[in-house]
Design a binder for this molecule. Structure first.
Ligand code: ZN
Ligand code: ZN
Ligand code: FE
Length: 771
């Protein structure tokens, strides 16, 4: 009996070899009809023997191509049209573009084998790719995803590549970036300050430069990277000096798993992450006996290293000829966005790099390397970009169509279409002009790519964030309603929405800084509610931050502020403590006046600052060059075998009832008082207890305090979010204790727990809003 199906496949199904797969399947089963890409995804007409059609549908659902991500299959039976063959039809022009743009993916094993085969025509070719791998998001200029809409449009396929492109059974059938040494992009090498390029092949010239300890700027997938030999201490120091990055750890790229294992400990989860199509940077503990001697400056004092495997053919070729791993850090000056444009790269990176290894395939948009860490056995995103963006993260329901502009630090933006939230690649801290223009570019890029006209713009409650100010520019979607979302509520909503947890839940939202409903700086918050609204039921006891932002850069100030809350003016006399010894008498009297009169000294309940202050009391980092540096050192110091915990107190207090941005301050919140913990810490310090024990007792105290509060509130679901939960010791400890007490803790996974996840939470907070 003959039957026919009309099938609509939605999801990441373009640019992943879906149509050749469908074609081959139809051929094998002796079915006729057609397949095409359209803006909904892939549409299929299939007809023939009823059993075989049924079998076709089953195979489609259960054995799709490896890179495909099917969200939905809609199949409707109808009378057969009487097709005699099966065809791949040209893509239809766009209607409503709900199609997913695929992320850039690392080289597949087939392509790698071809590049390494001396008899293959792509032997040693740095731009080899196929429908299962290669650049996507970084080269797509418009939808639908066809070659003329990519930065490959200028390269005319040679006959051999054209034949592959047109052959439905070939792995490169309609592989838009298909290329070979005859027709595709080419490498170029030039030395900074020299007009003439050397005559040696570019790859060899770059390898020679790296072996000599030079810094090479490499045009990668989503932007320039800076490469240097990590075993060469002088070279690494030079990179740090020129990049204005004194201490933040540098990422490494290793040739393969085996070489990575010479640096870090790799378990099953880590191995899968490293070799995944996304090929992110994974933070992993150093091996106790490394067989590769890295310069200390690569990650000074860090027990963890950020390691990735080659994510493109060019990286594979470099790493296979270099006799060790390479530092591969973003091609930028400190916190600016990475360079993608060749001319701009030469201007901005010319002061840092000694040489450039570039090529003539343009990069459409910046996409940084992603960073992932494993917490409680599960990979968690720290920076979401290459390999993941712009794949959507679903919401449990459909909000009004929303553009969310995120926060100020680690910014990313989000756009909702139906229940899907398209989260942009990591943009970065919006302090510099460059970052702010990248931010604007990404906003317009997203609105154009997805042809969206959102009815809402969601932004942070902080009036001074560049993202909040952008929300209020009249030229951006003039008809859209502006909605402010309180910072910690956005963190809370993001965590709940990602886990499709309906609430009510308790949100333990701990971070460095977020603008509060009462216009003070919040950061040690306990929110009770759901994605739409929450109540501030408890918070860390506030303290004074002498000098505001200056205290973020100088944790010694925070330490002094903590002492002030316990000892008052006598805190200035604790000269045996490292933070006091750090200040000269003039500075001390200035700080004293600031604390006494609150001059330029905001009140804060920031948990991030509390960790900074404790680190400073232990003399770890009295000054920092990046946010979180002191707290990270405190985490790494903590002895995991210590069982004692410093006491925190829960106290009832009263507060004015006020609300904004989805958060209501209850009139009778609980104060989590950290003063008993700091007093116990000071006693230990003076008794000569080892700092490893002290750091652990502080962490243990915080963990117990959070669990005590969860018990007090008495709700099952506990959403953990905010930058403090990047701290593994804290996150894993809280999860373990909450589970033991039969709570249900949730920690973000697909989106960063830090401010990179705010935009998604801002959209989630719109779930109850009507247009
Ligand atoms: Zn491939
Ligand atoms: Zn070719
Ligand atoms: Fe935050």
């Amino acid at each position: 009996m003959s039957a026919a199906l009309h099938i609509l496949v939605r999801g990441a199904v373009q640019g992943v070899g879906f149509r050749p797969f469908v074609y081959r399947l139809a051929q094998t089963l002796g079915l006729s009809g057609w397949v095409l890409n359209d803006s909904d995804g892939v549409t299929i007409e299939i007809e023939g023997d009823a059993d075989q059609v049924q079998h076709f549908l089953h195979q489609l659902q259960h054995t799709p191509p490896p890179r495909a991500q099917i969200d939905q299959i809609e199949a409707t039976w109808h009378p057969p049209h009487g097709y005699t063959t099966f065809q791949i039809r040209p893509s239809l022009p766009r209607g409503m573009p709900t199609t997913l743009i695929p992320p850039d993916t690392a080289t597949c094993p087939d392509c790698l084998a071809e590049m390494l085969d001396p008899l293959n025509r792509r032997f040693g070719y740095a731009f080899t790719n196929c429908t299962n791998c290669g650049p996507r998001f970084s080269i797509i200029a418009a939808l639908p995803y066809d070659r003329p809409n990519t930065t490959m449009r200028a390269f005319v396929l040679c006959p051999a590549c054209g034949a592959e492109y047109g052959d439905p059974v070939d792995r490169r059938f309609h592989a838009q970036p298909n290329a070979c040494p005859v027709c595709g992009p080419r490498l170029a090498f030039d030395v900074v300050g020299e007009a003439q390029s050397p005559t040696t092949p570019p790859l060899n010239a770059a390898l020679t430069a790296l072996r000599q300890g030079q810094i090479v700027a490499l045009k990668g997938i989503g932007g320039y990277q800076l490469l240097v030999d990590p075993r060469n201490a002088e070279a690494v120091a030079r990179l740090r000096l020129r990049k204005h990055r004194p201490a933040k750890p540098l990422a490494l790229m290793a040739r393969d798993l085996e070489q990575a294992a010479a640096l870090v400990q790799i378990d099953q989860v880590a191995a899968e992450l490293l070799t995944s199509a996304a090929a992110p940077i994974v933070l992993l503990p150093r091996t106790p006996q490394p067989s590769i001697a890295l310069a200390d400056l690569v990650a000074p004092g860090h027990p963890y290293l950020g390691v990735m495997l080659p994510c493109s053919p060019l990286h594979h070729l470099l790493l296979r000829s270099f006799d060790g791993p390479l530092v591969a850090t973003s091609g930028n000056l400190s916190d600016e966005p990475i360079c993608i444009d060749d001319t701009e790269a030469h201007q901005r990176l010319g002061q840092i790099a000694d040489a450039f290894l570039s090529h003539n395939r343009p990069i459409e948009r910046h996409v940084d390397d992603s960073v992932v860490q494993v917490v409680a056995g599960i990979p968690r995103m720290l920076r979401r970009a290459r390999g993941y963006a712009p794949l959507p993260v679903p919401l449990p329901a459909t909000p009004p169509s929303t553009l969310a502009l995120g926060g100020q630090l680690k910014n990313s933006i989000a756009l909702s279409i139906g229940p899907q939230v398209f989260v942009s690649q990591h943009i970065g801290d919006l302090h510099t002009l460059e970052a702010r223009s990248a931010f604007e570019r990404v906003i317009h890029d997203f609105l154009r790519l997805y042809a969206a006209q959102p009815s809402l713009i969601a932004h942070d409650l902080h009036p001074d964030y560049a993202s909040s100010q952008m929300a209020h520019t009249s030229t951006l979607l003039p008809d859209a309603r502006r909605v402010a979302v309180q910072h910690h509520h956005a963190h809370f909503a993001a965590c709940l929405a990602e886990h499709a947890a309906p609430g009510p839940a308790l949100g333990v939202i701990w971070d460095g800084t977020g603008y509060g409903v009462d216009a003070t700086i919040w950061g040690g918050e306990f929110l009770f509610g759901d994605v739409a609204a929450s109540q501030r039921v408890a918070y860390l006891r506030p303290f004074t931050l002498p000098g505001g932002e200056a205290a973020v850069r100088e944790p010694a100030r925070v330490a002094l502020a903590l002492l002030w809350e316990i000892l008052g003016p006598a805190s200035l006399e604790q000269e045996d403590l490292a933070p006091l010894a750090h200040f000269n008498p003039t500075q001390r009297s200035l700080l004293l006046r600031m604390l006494q009169h609150g001059l330029n000294s905001p009140r804060t309940s920031s948990a991030g600052r509390l960790f900074d202050g404790v680190a400073a009391l232990l003399g770890l980092h009295l000054q920092v060059s990046f946010e979180g540096q002191a707290a990270i050192a405190l985490e790494h110091l903590a002895d995991p075998h210590e069982s004692l915990a410093y006491p925190f107190a829960l106290e009832a207090t009263t507060a004015p009832a006020q609300s904004a941005g989805g958060v209501t301050c209850v009139p009778n919140p609980i104060i989590l008082d950290w003063r008993p913990a700091i007093s116990a810490l000071l006693a230990d310090l003076r008794r000569g207890v080892a700092p490893q024990q002290i750091a652990a007792r502080f962490h243990n105290g915080v963990i117990s305090a959070i669990c005590a509060l969860a018990r007090h509130i008495g709700v099952a679901t506990i959403a953990l979010s905010g930058g403090c939960f990047q701290n593994r010791h804290l996150a894993e400890g809280v999860i373990r204790q909450l589970q033991a007490a039969h709570h249900h803790p949730l920690l973000p996974r697909h989106l960063p727990v830090n401010d990179g996840g705010l935009c998604y939470g801002q959209v989630a907070a719109m779930l109850s809003t009507t247009n």
